[in-house]
Design a protein around this ligand. Structure first.
Ligand code: MN
Length: 295
């Protein structure tokens, strides 16, 4: 679905946020040995509340992804998987199954608990994508699990007058509402494709924590240059009403992510994210005793 240009409401940003910090992701592996870059790491959870993690993976060698993510549990937050290239099969203990591929998004609310697997369904070629973890407010951590797959064509998109292509996974941009909205954290999740030397503006509530991850080319924000596979934490400045980002001499692609902080305690043990250690102990006991269900 592409909204006609005439229907767009241009984002007007009087003063852009600046870059507080540039972060280079850490190479790691997860699941049964999938190589990936952890961009948003645990020490940044408080600063980037309500976001808990961002992983980027881009592997051409099947040995780096074929083992996938066999059965594992989650409780207390949401996982948002965005596939740029490749195919991944999802199955979970709530009875959901889906195939995620080329531009598709899977939004899963773990709530009180799911056991799921995320396995590549290809034997060769490029596999590229991202997984973002969005925290749930304390009042929703034990809610029923929820799950939805969006094919690429079901993600609302727009093209600005300057030729910037935007896919609106969550929140809203230029008057186009995204695939998913959440009341507590009001998340914005955009995939922005910029032609060379072109600017893109996006309004942001000044109280939202916000960051940007460049996955092709380079961009500049308020005079600061950001290279490929770097993340910028955007400063929270009461006088700034959004962000203005400009591509370098080559076309650029980036994720722009923002949300309202929950400002609640964060207790994480691996795939469980709760508010207290006591709740983590309960999660471990419930998983051990099979109360997450079986796939
Ligand atoms: Mn998972």
């Amino acid at each position: 679905m592409t909204t006609e240009r005439t229907e767009l409401k241009p984002e007007r940003v009087q003063q852009t946020r600046t870059v507080e910090r540039v972060v280079t992701g850490q190479a790691t592996s997860d699941g049964a040995g999938v190589k990936l870059t952890r961009v948003l790491t645990q020490p940044l959870q408080r600063r980037l509340d309500p976001f808990l993690m961002l992983d980027a993976f881009r592997n051409e060698n099947p040995d780096d992804y074929l083992a996938g993510f066999p059965n594992h549990p989650h409780r207390g937050f949401e996982t948002i998987t965005y596939m740029i290239a490749g195919r991944m099969r999802h199955r979970d203990s709530a009875g959901n199954e889906g195939l995620l591929e080329n531009g598709g998004v899977q939004w899963m609310t773990a709530g009180r608990g799911v056991v799921h697997s995320e396995m590549p369904e290809q034997e060769g070629g490029l596999m590229e994508g991202f997984q973002l973890w969005l925290n749930l407010p304390a009042s929703d951590k034990m809610r029923e699990p929820w799950y939805r797959d969006f094919e690429a064509a079901a993600i609302p998109s727009l093209r600005t007058a300057d030729g910037v292509d935007v896919r609106v996974i969550a929140g809203a941009s230029h008057g186009v509402a995204g695939a998913v909205t959440r009341d507590a954290t009001a998340p914005l999740y955009l995939d922005v494709h910029l032609p060379a030397s072109v600017r893109f503006s996006q309004s942001l509530p000044s109280t939202h924590n916000a960051f940007l991850f460049v996955y092709r080319g380079d961009v500049s924000i308020a005079g600061k240059t950001l290279g490929e596979r770097q993340m910028a934490i955007l400063a929270n400045d009461a006088a700034a009403d959004g962000v203005v980002v400009e591509a370098g001499a080559q076309p650029a692609r980036l994720l722009l992510i923002a949300g309202r902080p929950l400002d609640e305690p964060i207790a994480q043990y691996g795939p469980f994210v709760m508010n207290t250690q006591q709740e983590i102990q309960e999660a471990l006991a419930d998983y051990r005793d099979g109360r997450f269900g079986a796939q």
